[in-house]
Design a protein around this ligand. Structure first.
Ligand code: FES
Length: 680
């Protein structure tokens, strides 16, 4: 084993491939730092945190041109032995701060030892995220006070952070100062601090302090605050893992179902905005409690929250009266991103020092939720022309490629979320989510959330016994209406035919219109699930708003077709591309190029939570997104009217032709008594 301290050895790190020569006796952690290799450490090389684990490789590495001898690293030392004894260490692993270079060596840094580790997606709808959080834990050893050199404990802590971590210029608020002295003394002048630096902060802030080495988790919440639902992902800020995801209904619904009715409520009722602000904040605190109970973690471990929301939700969350957003020119109080204290938003459930980042808005009707979708889906980096549709009560649309990106929002209403639908319900076990109707017999079969079986399969009753069949969720109603159209039960205008016109007794007369009976469990005391004429109308209005928004963006871009379509939104992942196109929710495109991005706004929020540089990126990107205003655009109305037909009154859908048969029936023409067309 070489012991000449003037000799050096070649150290090669994988997977980065970084290499350099180091003096014999150099700790692996030191070599990694000098080469800029991403090797984690919270304790600064004191053998406490075990974040610096590495795996040395031995033998011949032809690729690197080195042979690693058995003694290439120093012997297993007492610190490592103790760590392994008490906490356990995977065989073959060493602590990078303890193992010293003795000869040429190849060292692998496992993913869990990388600070900027990539959170690898678990499903097609999840993006890879590189970890670079704004909040992290640091362990420091602080000099004891000296009567002859009087300095404050905080100043000595600041000096230690600079010397040991290169963290310069720290600030802390009074409540932390009060806990500083006991923590330092209890920890025998060793403490762990949670430090935070947002993308606009000039200084680091100490958010929390613990005596000695603290192993606790730093948690963050990514919140997609929608008009109808509030969805949250609870994330570990060190490794990016999602510990739990949960959602609640937005309690502001009682003040108005859509955005404009909430703005009107604020306009008509003095103090109405304050009432809505308080309602949503209470709901968020409740959601935080329940998501933490589910994940079995303390909500006080939440140090950061990222919010994405549309402009009205944005203003109401912040306690800003949204009245200006209800009238042209739809001026936002601020469109910039915001960094705040959570307690300014009365989010008392989380840590007292927790910080909040709100993504920037794009314009008066296009909010931070759209910015989050842009961050997640990156239309500005797309080579081909992509239309991204975030389906919700207020749909957000982005159209563009690497040259130009346009955005608009469209008031679809809550029908796609199961509201305003007679048997509509939230996507939950028991909700019908898939529907097929045989065009010959007009008989349906369906699947409910919680079971993979079709309703006609053996075992379906047993599989759904506990959940029951309770209603239809958003994706279910889209499929039901599209299937009814393909089966000849609904005409191009959206009219449900009579039993005579359709040839099935499932077309049930209801007053002057008809409904389609999807499922009848009344003989067992269960529900009768129908698709009514009113349901079809609600879906027509919602999908027409969506399509008209897309057409408006295409007009502005000067194009007639798009290369691909991405469906986003909480239930975007569940929408079948074929059914969406039969319905005419989206413009024609090759079906295999209509894909789903899941909850892209939520993903964008998670990216901004885990990667502080991404915040700069989206702030820059929104400047280049051109906003198209649907509310004042006369062509929107024209597009809307044409788009109420199923799939469309005038636009062609050539890609549908091969995959779906759309009968050309007109139930109004044959029915003098119907009168539905007159009412429209
Ligand atoms: Fe903390 Fe090695 S750096 S144990």
């Amino acid at each position: 084993m070489p012991n000449d301290m003037t000799a050096d050895a070649l150290v090669i790190f994988t997977p980065s491939g970084k290499r350099g020569r180091f003096a014999i006796g150099t700790p692996v952690l030191t070599a990694a730092r000098q080469l800029g290799v991403d090797l984690d450490s919270v304790c600064g090389g004191r053998g406490i945190c075990s974040k610096c684990q590495i795996t040395p490789g031995y033998g011949e590495f032809a690729k690197h041109g080195v042979t690693v001898e058995d003694g290439a690293l120093s012997e297993w030392n007492e610190v490592e032995a103790r760590y392994k004894r008490i906490r356990g260490l995977v065989d073959g692993r060493r602590l990078g701060c303890q193992a010293k270079v003795q000869g040429d060596v190849v060292i692998d840094v496992p993913p869990e030892s990388q600070v900027h580790k990539q959170v690898i997606r678990k499903s097609a709808t999840m993006r890879d995220i590189v970890m670079d959080p704004a909040t992290r834990l640091l362990y420091v050893e602080v000099a004891e006070p000296d009567m002859h050199e009087p300095t404050g404990d905080f100043e000595r802590l600041g000096r230690a952070l600079k010397e040991q971590w290169n963290v310069e210029g720290v600030a802390a608020e009074l409540s932390l100062m009060r806990r500083l002295q006991p923590a330092l003394r209890k920890g025998d002048w060793k403490v762990t601090v949670a430090i935070h630096k947002g993308n606009h902060d000039a200084r680091y802030r100490i958010l929390d302090i613990w005596p000695g080495y603290h192993e606790g988790r730093l948690l963050g919440l990514a919140i997609d605050l929608g008009s109808t639902t509030i969805a949250a992902h609870l994330c570990d800020l060190q490794d990016g893992s999602v510990l739990a995801s949960a959602g609640v209904m937005n309690p502001q619904i009682r003040f108005g179902e859509d955005l404009m009715s909430r703005v009107s409520y604020a306009m008509m009722n003095p103090g109405g905005d304050v009432e809505m602000t308080s309602a949503v904040r209470t709901a968020i605190n409740g959601l935080i409690q329940s998501i933490c109970t589910e994940a079995k973690v303390d909500p006080k471990s939440i140090y950061e929250l990222v919010f994405v929301c549309n402009p009205v939700m944005h203003h109401l969350l912040l306690g800003i009266d949204p009245v200006e957003l209800g009238q042209a020119p739809f001026a936002l109080a601020t469109s910039s991103s915001l960094s705040l204290d959570a307690r300014d938003l009365n989010l008392a459930a989380v840590n007292h020092a927790a910080r909040v980042y709100v993504l920037p808005c794009i314009a008066g009707h296009v909010g931070a939720d759209c910015a989050a979708v842009a961050l997640s889906e990156e239309p500005n980096k797309s080579k081909d022309m992509v239309l991204i549709v975030d389906v919700g009560t207020n749909a957000e649309l982005l159209l563009g490629n690497e040259t130009r990106v346009l955005a608009c929002s469209s008031p679809t209403g809550p029908a796609f979320e199961g509201a305003q639908i007679s048997s509509g319900q939230r996507a939950a076990p028991g909700a019908i989510e898939r529907v097929e109707i045989d065009p010959a017999t007009k008989e349906p079969r369906f699947k409910v959330i919680g079971s993979d079986l079709w309703s006609t399969d053996a075992g379906f009753s047993a599989a759904t016994a506990s959940s029951g069949i309770t209603g239809i969720c958003g994706s279910g109603i889209i499929e039901a209406v599209a299937e009814m159209r393909m089966a000849g039960l609904v005409d191009q205008q959206g009219l449900i035919g009579s039993p005579d016109q359709t040839g099935t007794a499932r077309a049930v007369p209801e007053g002057r219109t008809h409904s389609y009976l999807l499922h009848d469990a009344t003989d067992q005391g269960g529900p009768r699930i129908m698709v009514t004429q009113g349901d079809i109308r609600a879906i027509q209005l919602a999908k027409a708003a969506l399509y008209a928004g897309a057409r408006l963006l295409m007009d502005e871009m000067g194009i007639d077709k798009v290369d691909r379509v991405t469906l986003a939104g909480a239930f975007g992942a569940h929408i079948s591309p074929k059914h969406a196109m039969v319905l005419g929710m989206i413009p024609d495109a090759p079906l295999d190029r209509v894909t789903s991005a899941g909850n892209a706004a939520g993903t964008g929020a998670r990216i901004a939570l885990c990667n502080v540089a991404a915040r700069n990126q989206i702030e820059e990107t929104v400047h280049h997104i051109h906003k198209v205003e649907t509310a004042i655009e006369p062509r929107f109305q024209e597009h809307f009217v044409n788009a109420t037909a199923i799939p469309h009154a005038t636009d062609l859908f050539p890609h549908l032709v091969g995959v779906a048969n759309l009968p050309e029936n007109n139930f109004n023409a044959n029915s003098g008594t119907d009168g539905t067309r007159r009412r429209r």
